[in-house]
Design a protein around this ligand. Structure first.
Ligand code: NAP
Length: 264
């Protein structure tokens, strides 16, 4: 069994998940790098994490694992893989997610697209958290000094309306409640649960709308007039992983350049 803390990050082959993995590597976490279909991306993340850790004098191990978080059997396999490889889990980061499939107006939305998104963006994190939480409870029983955590990446879309992405917005809003449910249920086990709520972050997901948001940022969309980066999100998750917010749980950490601040 490893002596490093272990983090499982869903959807870490690219974008925000990759950024989270890199930051956790630098503080000495072993990693399970999950992906859906980008095996090359996941391998690259794992190799870059090992190198990033080494550059700051740390030795970590990063293993990749293909699993579709929307599928029950895959979630089971992902947890079993983490157990076999590392024998412990200190942090689950529910990051994997997709954007609204058809990006249709709410008056045109389709049930098949709704179901596909909900499976990945909501059902996946809910039941993966359940598997991880039960394993974490076991671990804390045998080692009360361990303080495992669950972090879920939500979005400003959980409260800011986009009428052409209703399913995405609703899933993200529900993940906020999921965070508070697990935070409450797991508090007596010493397991803190957080929501990290990014604003507009540069990644493949937002690449198609780059020009629109370049303009919006220039016009003052958020007090901090720049795009967020995967590193910004990774640093917030790392602060939680390092237990810098021990007396906070069920908490929302906004990583949005101040977007959430109401202004007149
Ligand atoms: P991205 O660049 O599109 O990357 C998505 C990641 O999720 C990839 O690693 C992908 O794996 C993985 N993934 C997709 N479906 C999966 C599935 N069924 N099972 C396992 N992994 C799956 O997206 P991103 O911008 O980094 O977004 C990451 C998270 O942050 C999402 O939950 C998103 O909603 C949230 N978020 C993003 C922004 C933003 O502005 N970008 C803002 C707020 C919140 P493959 O590479 O194998 O496809």
């Amino acid at each position: 069994m490893t002596t490093n803390p272990v983090a499982l990050i869903t959807g870490a082959s690219r974008g925000i998940g990759r950024g989270i993995a890199l930051e956790l590597a630098k503080v000495g976490h072993d990693l399970v790098v999950n992906f859906a279909s980008s095996a090359d991306g996941a391998r690259q993340t794992a190799a870059d994490c090992v190198a990033a850790a080494k550059a700051v004098g740390k030795t970590i191990r990063a293993e990749i694992c293909q699993a579709d978080v929307g599928k029950a059997a895959d979630r089971e396999r992902l947890i079993a893989f983490s157990r076999e490889q590392f024998g412990r889990l200190d942090l689950l980061v529910n990051n994997a997610g997709i954007t609204s499939i058809g990006r249709r107006d709410v008056l045109e939305a389709r049930e098949d697209e709704f179901d596909a998104l909900m499976a990945i963006n909501l059902k996946g994190p809910y039941f993966l958290s359940q598997l991880a939480a039960n394993w974490m409870i076991e671990q804390v029983k045998s080692n009360p000094a361990q303080r495992p955590k669950i972090v879920t990446i939500t979005s400003i879309s959980g409260y800011a309306v986009s009428t052409n992405r209703g399913d995405y917005c609703m899933a993200k809003a529900a993940l906020g409640m999921m965070t508070r449910l697990y935070a409450t249920r797991l508090a007596d086990h010493g397991i803190n649960v957080y929501e990290v709520c990014p604003g507009v972050i540069a990644s493949d997901m937002t690449a198609p709308v780059k020009e629109k948001y370049d303009q919006l940022f220039a016009d003052g969309l958020a007090p901090l007039r720049r795009w967020g980066t995967p590193e910004d999100v990774g640093r917030a998750v790392t602060a939680l992983a390092l237990d810098y917010l021990p007396y906070s749980t069920g908490e929302t950490i906004n990583v949005d350049g101040g977007f959430h601040v109401r202004r007149l």
